[in-house]
Design a protein around this ligand. Structure first.
Ligand code: IPM
Ligand code: MG
Length: 371
């Protein structure tokens, strides 16, 4: 196999560093046992970059991300940087790399592993076997819309503005990703909006309908208002297959969906750019949905599984290594079946393990599966 797949690693802050350490363990195993070596470089993002470089991500790092085949990201932020200027806060680094690299399609699969069906705060029968995919538009909406900002009027009143904005091509491209993904799954898409109040999302709904009618009649399309969707996600989550929605709704609904799986520490994600028609390649960034968990950072307690599952998504989507991705996911299943748990998914009678012990167990299982 060609040995020049380029990965840029951005561990970031807090537990981001620790969970990335477990991916390094996997990369090391792939190198030794599968003779697949990646060309890996590591850079700073978030608070650590602010401390060292004065900005949450440098232009050099963005450029390196652009030339990499895939980016692996841990998490950014923490209380230490609560008071830095808003435009250079840790999160701004993450938003910049998403925007600059055109990573508009954010896949957040919420999958309940059988062994964790009881770890959810919802009843087992509601979540057992759950397999839904939230597709979040990631480079538009209120996150990037102009005008934005905080101003003070002449009478001293303060005014804060953000703008939810989408154009029809932005809706078309995310809708196509949703329908294409649905064709490989349950062939159902639910588009979520607030079309009864927000014009922007009324347009979103109309444009999704157009793309569906013109190109994807074989996929079932439905629409739901976001408030109802939040309720349906905890009432009967298995009614969904693929959910597609705008940036901010997707941010909120995906945290909600994460809890269905037992813990935020279980949810991976992939952020993909458009496919370059000339080369067939696309920019791609893989990261867990969870944050930096300052309360447990540096204590070897974090759950590395969302990061490890993000690594599996990278193998599948950026390197077409489906078999290796399957092996990682099977190993996660087996290790959970064997009763190993980090604190966030701990249940009575199971074995509490550290971040590194969980990573070691996954590698040992992958090693067994590969024999
Ligand atoms: C996420 C996070 C980010 C977002 C933050 C850290 C900027 O919550 O990826 O869901 O809001 O997109
Ligand atoms: Mg979020």
């Amino acid at each position: 196999m060609a040995a020049n797949k380029k990965i840029l690693m951005l561990p970031g802050d807090g537990i981001g560093v620790e969970v990335m350490g477990e991916v390094k363990r996997l990369l090391d195993w792939m190198d030794r046992k599968r003779q697949v070596s990646f060309d890996v470089s590591e850079r700073r993002i978030g608070g650590i970059a602010i401390d060292t470089d004065g900005v949450p991500i440098t232009d050099a790092t963005i450029a390196e991300g652009r030339s990499a085949d895939a980016i692996l990201l841990g998490a950014v932020g923490g209380p230490k940087w609560d008071n830095v200027a808003f435009d250079i806060r840790p999160e701004a680094g993450l938003l910049k790399i998403r925007k600059d690299l055109g990573l508009f399609a954010n896949l957040r699969p919420a999958l309940v592993f059988e062994a964790l069906a009881d770890a959810s705060t919802l009843k087992r029968e509601l979540v057992a076997g759950l397999d839904i995919l939230i597709l979040r538009e990631l480079t538009g909406g209120a996150y990037f819309g102009e005008p934005r900002g905080i101003t003070t009027l002449s009478d001293g009143t303060r005014k804060g503005i953000n703008t939810i904005v989408y154009t029809s091509p932005e809706v078309h491209r995310i809708a196509r990703v949703a329908f294409d993904l649905a064709r490989k799954r349950g062939r159902r898409v639910c588009s979520i909006d607030k079309a009864n109040v927000l014009e922007c999302t009324k347009m979103w709904r109309e444009e999704v309908i157009k793309i569906h009618a013109a190109e994807y009649k074989d996929v079932e399309l439905s629409h739901m208002l976001v408030d109802n969707a939040a309720m349906q996600l905890v009432r009967n989550p298995k009614q969904f297959d693929v959910i597609v929605t705008e940036n901010m709704f997707g941010d909120i609904l995906s945290d909600c969906a994460a809890m269905l799986t037992g813990s935020l520490g279980m949810l991976p994600s992939a952020s993909l750019g458009a496919v370059d028609p000339a080369t067939g390649r696309r920019n791609a960034l893989y990261e867990p949905v969870h944050g930096t968990a300052p309360d447990i950072a540096g204590q070897n307690k974090a759950n590395p599984l969302a990061m490890i599952l993000s690594f599996a998504m990278m193998l599948r989507y950026s390197f077409d290594m489906g078999e290796d991705a399957d092996r990682v996911e099977t190993a996660v299943n087996k290790v959970l079946d064997a009763g190993l748990r980090t604190g966030d998914i701990m249940q009575p009678g199971r074995k509490l393990v550290s971040t590194t012990e969980m990573g070691q167990a996954i590698v040992a299982e992958i090693d067994r599966l590969a024999r």
